[in-house]
Write a protein that binds this ligand. Structure first.
Ligand code: DAH
Length: 344
């Protein structure tokens, strides 16, 4: 029996020392210490010996078991170390690392920040008004008679809710002009506000998205005239698009301004000569005008004492005009395609 244990010990240790990797080491462990491993079976055999012989073999068996376990532990350390250095050799530390993807602000957000900054420099305060607003602020207070066909131009989304007697129905704000009378109702004159917000209309094609952004300027003070409007337009156009760009105003019609204008900017691609993008050298930017007396009245302001100008343009539109972009599809801005977004 003595020899059995010593034999098992010697065999186990030489197997352990020969193991070349962790897997064969594990196999050796099972072969000797597993449920039906050699040492396990030999230990079971002790119970068959006469009682007086058992303690001595018990002690021997324990010594053998400890010796095998120690050898296993040592060899495992050596093999793990070996494995690590093999792995390290496979890594070329001179290779450039994998850079994590860095996000950047969406180009509409970038444009909003830039526009706010430009107007801040000449004293316009950025204001925010509700995205879900009353018909009253979107239309009625802006001099749209009830059921007037001009309301249709805004292709409004209506909210399913009971209308209010004075305010009418609730709508998804179809333009930033909804902020005009809200601002006047604050009773603080003079007014110099910039309302940049999401607007919603029932429209979806290559040049229209159901949600888009507008920025609306409103100035109300004593003796405000078209020259102030024109000066502000020129300032914005040169600051945002570049010194060489010019603006012009053309007569137009809006319910809430009188006179009303459409504002054009010289095309950035041909610099006003005329090209495929602009056709006659000018790109249309949006509306503007002198605030209608009825709108001032709705805001509690006396049109005999005060006058004002307003303008409202599309953020996406000026953004594309600045980049000289002829996007095939405006909806690209909102389709979350990184191949497009990463370019800006
Ligand atoms: N709210 C108009 C629109 O969405 C744009 C506009 C025109 C705004 C004239 C104004 C303005 O402030 O004076 O089409």
């Amino acid at each position: 029996m003595d020899e059995d244990f010593i034999g098992i010990k010697n065999a186990a240790i030489s197997f352990i020392l020969e193991a070349e990797d962790l897997k064969s080491l594990e196999e050796t462990k099972l072969q000797f210490l597993g449920k039906s491993g050699k040492l396990t079976l030999a230990i079971k055999g002790i119970t068959k010996l006469p009682v007086e012989k058992r303690p001595a073999f018990g002690i021997l068996a324990n010594e053998v078991k400890n010796a095998i376990e120690n050898a296993l532990e040592q060899q495992e350390k050596i093999l793990s170390q070996k494995r690590k250095s093999v792995l390290l050799k496979k890594i070329d530390v001179t290779n450039p690392g994998n850079k994590p993807l860095l996000g950047n602000l969406h180009l509409v957000t970038q444009a909003i920040e830039e526009i706010s900054e430009i107007f801040k420099r000449i004293g316009f305060a950025r204001i925010r008004y509700p995205e879900i607003d009353w018909d009253y602020y979107a239309f009625t207070s802006l001099n749209f008679p009830e059921n007037h066909p001009a309301r249709d131009d805004w292709e409004t989304f209506f909210i399913k809710a009971d209308p209010d007697k004075k305010m009418g129905r609730q709508v998804l704000s179809p333009h930033t002009s909804s902020g005009q009378v809200r601002e006047m109702e604050k009773n603080k004159l003079p007014i110099k506000m910039l309302n940049i917000a999401k607007c919603y209309r029932r429209q979806s094609d290559v040049s229209h998205t159901p949600m888009f952004h507008q920025f609306e300027g409103l100035v109300v003070d004593k003796n405000i005239s078209i020259t102030h409007l024109k000066g502000t337009l020129d300032y914005f156009v040169k600051s945002y698009f570049g010194k060489e760009r010019k603006s012009r105003i053309r007569p137009y019609h809006f319910q809430f301004t009188e006179p009303s204008f459409e504002v054009d900017v010289t095309c950035g691609v041909c610099n006003g000569y005329g090209c495929r993008l602009c056709k006659a050298g000018w790109l249309e930017m949006g509306g503007a005008g002198i605030v209608h007396p009825n709108v001032l009245k709705a805001g509690g302001i006396d049109p005999q004492k005060y006058s004002g100008f307003a303008f409202g343009w599309g953020v996406e539109r000026v953004l594309m005009m600045k980049q000289g972009l002829e996007l095939d599809d405006l909806r690209l801005l909102y389709s979350n395609d990184l191949r497009f977004l990463e370019q800006f």
